[in-house]
Structures are given as structure tokens and as C-alpha cells.
Design a protein around this ligand. Structure first.
Ligand code: NAD
Length: 307
């Protein structure tokens, strides 16, 4: 008979757990169901559905996909869409008149100009024309100003969607070091402000940042919003960091983000997939913004449980 051997004292080996997914697709679906239920009760009381005008100019194929996703999501929850697809040679004057008309239209709660616009158009001027109360993309200076001041207002969909995703997964933000790579007005800057408002210590990095890896390795929360395949490698991620990939890059293999997903998953604690992470949250936030704008018009409050 073999003698009973004492328990071997094994050297502790830290086996890294692969990052858990920040599943935007499932959360967005949940939000849509909640919105649909609330609207089914609310629309008969108000007498009309919420209305979103989508203005899409030219033939950018990415815009076609985004506009399609947004219209489909609106139809799913009960938001009526209008606006339309305009030829690439549509003039600034024509779009100005359209936005002014939509501002006055009582059936329209949200106006969205799908970017990018063809080069001959001045997108900033057009965005400034949108009634701030209908600015569901949160890009009007009034809404951006409210964001800076920490006042309630319509917030840019991608940054607000990212914050909603982090909140849903109870990712601690206060006192955490957040590094946002990308400083656009659409994503990087407003997201930096929202993380700051959540008491994170925020750094915005960009194309002129010196030694990006040295900076990203300090991040407890690392967000990439650049649009460059493979920008964020495993060596740039602090072990246990939460990594949010906003980037969307069209490759032969399909849609990929900025983060080397396979290499970073063993290092990070939480990670967004692409697709299925930030993208669906952007669309869900657009629905929330439109419904909030609609509710506000009638003095109603959308319950916090909705969305
Ligand atoms: P943008 O081109 O306006 O900004 C890109 C930013 O990246 C700039 O601030 C630039 O300084 C920075 N940058 C460029 N090269 C860099 C480098 N080598 N190192 C560090 N920073 C660098 O783009 P955007 O509109 O902010 O979008 C960024 C990405 O996010 C794109 O891939 C876009 O498709 C994607 N996006 C996704 C969603 C979504 O819903 N998932 C929404 C909006 C944008």
C-alpha cells in the first residue's frame, strides 16, 4: 500500500482569468424592451408616438448601415422616423430650411444629422441650427456646454451609452484612473467629461501624445476611440483594467475595433466586444434621448428603470 502522502504545498501560480464581456448587445436589447413597454402605455395617453428625424446626405456606405440600424431600432420600440436620404449635391441652404422646418414640427422630438456630411457642407453650422431640445445627438453647443457645467441635458449617444454600459456592470469609476484615447467632439471629449463627472481621474490621449503605451498602462479604465486596427495591444493594458473599444474598423474579416481583442482578453478584467459592445449602446442611447425629449415636451418623466 502506498503511504498517505501529505498534501503537496504547491507554489501559487496566478492564472489570469480572461476578461468578462461588457455585453452591449444584450443590455441594448433589454433597454429596447423597456422602452417599448413604456411607450405602449404612454403613446395612447399622448396621442402620438415620439418622432425622430434622420437627415442623411450622400452615399457614405457606413452611414447607410448606421441609418438603417437606427431606423430599425426606432420601429422596434415605437418611435416614428421621418427625414430622409438626400443626394450628395444637396445644398447648405436646402438643409438649413429643412432643419428649421423640423425644429417647428410638433411631431418631431429629435433631429439627427448623420455624419460625416459631404465636404461642401458646413456640418458645424447645421448642427448649431438644431433646436437644443431636439438635439438627440447632444452635439449642439448648448448641450455640450451643459455637459461641461455638469447640468442635465441631451448627451452625445456613444459617450452616454458607454457610461450606461459601465454603470450596468457596476464598474467602479470614482478615483479610478481613466485614459481615453481619442479627443473628438463626438466621442473622446464628451466621454472624458462624463468620466470626470463620475469622479474618475481622466487623461485624454490623441495622435500627438508622446509614449501612448506608457500612459495607457496606467489606466484602470482604458477607452480607445480612434479607428485604427490593432492600436491597443496587450502590452499597453494594465493587468485587470477595464477596456472599452469604441473603434469601428471595416476589414476583410468584418468589423473590428481598435483593441487586439484576443491578446487583451487574458490581461483585462472587463472588455467590450466589437461588434456587440459600444455600437448597440449608441443606438439604445439615441432611443433613450428621443424618448426623453418626447416625455419632457409633455411634462412626463421617463422612469429610471426604463433604460
Ligand atoms: P475622429 O477621427 O474624429 O477622432 C479620432 C481621434 O483619434 C482623434 O482625436 C485623434 O487625435 C486620435 N488618434 C488618431 N490616431 C491616433 C493614434 N495613433 N494614437 C492616439 N490617438 C490617435 O473619430 P471619432 O468620430 O471620434 O471616432 C473614433 C472611432 O470610433 C472610429 O473608429 C469610429 O468609427 C468609432 N465610432 C464608433 C461609434 C460606436 O457606436 N461604436 C460611434 C462613433 C464613432
Amino acid at each position: 500500500m502506498n503511504p498517505v502522502r501529505p498534501y503537496a504545498v504547491k507554489k501559487r501560480v496566478d492564472v489570469p482569468m480572461p476578461a468578462q464581456l461588457l455585453d452591449g448587445k444584450t443590455l441594448a436589447q433589454h433597454i429596447k424592451t423597456q422602452l417599448q413597454t413604456w411607450l405602449a402605455e404612454t403613446i395612447p395617453q399622448v396621442g402620438r408616438p415620439p418622432g425622430l428625424a434622420v437627415i442623411w446626405v450622400g452615399d457614405n456606405p457606413a452611414s447607410a448601415a448606421y441609418v438603417g440600424q437606427k431606423q430599425k431600432a426606432c420601429a422596434q420600440v415605437g418611435i416614428a422616423t421621418c427625414g430622409g436620404h438626400f443626394p450628395a449635391d444637396t445644398t447648405q441652404t436646402e438643409l438649413t430650411a429643412l432643419i428649421e422646418q423640423l425644429n417647428q414640427d410638433e411631431r418631431v422630438d429629435g433631429i439627427l444629422v448623420q455624419l460625416p456630411l459631404p465636404e461642401h457642407l458646413d456640418s458645424a453650422k447645421l448642427l448649431h441650427l438644431i433646436d437644443p431640445d431636439k438635439d438627440v445627438d447632444g452635439l449642439h453647443p448648448v448641450n455640450l456646454g451643459k455637459l461641461v457645467r455638469g447640468e442635465p441635458g441631451l448627451q452625445s449617444c456613444t459617450p452616454a451609452g458607454v457610461m450606461r454600459l459601465l454603470r450596468h456592470y457596476q464598474i467602479p469609476l470614482a478615483g479610478q484612473r481613466a485614459v481615453v484615447v481619442g479627443r473628438s467632439t463626438l466621442v473622446g471629449k464628451p466621454l472624458g467629461l462624463l468620466l470626470l463627472a463620475a469622479d474618475a481621474t481622466v487623461t485624454l490621449a490623441h495622435s500627438r501624445t508622446v509614449d501612448l503605451p506608457e500612459l495607457t498602462r496606467q489606466a484602470d479604465i482604458l477607452v480607445s476611440a480612434v479607428g485604427r486596427v490593432g492600436l491597443i495591444t496587450a502590452a499597453m493594458v494594465k493587468p485587470g483594467a477595464v477596456v472599452v473599444d469604441v473603434g469601428i474598423n471595416r476589414t476583410e474579416k468584418g468589423l473590428v475595433g481598435d483593441v487586439d481583442f484576443a491578446a487583451v482578453q487574458p490581461v483585462a478584467s472587463w472588455l467590450t466586444p466589437v461588434p456587440g459592445g459600444v455600437g448597440p449602446m449608441t443606438v439604445a442611447q439615441l432611443l433613450i434621448n428621443t424618448v426623453q425629449s418626447y416625455a419632457q415636451r409633455y411634462g412626463m418623466v421617463v422612469p429610471a428603470t426604463v433604460g
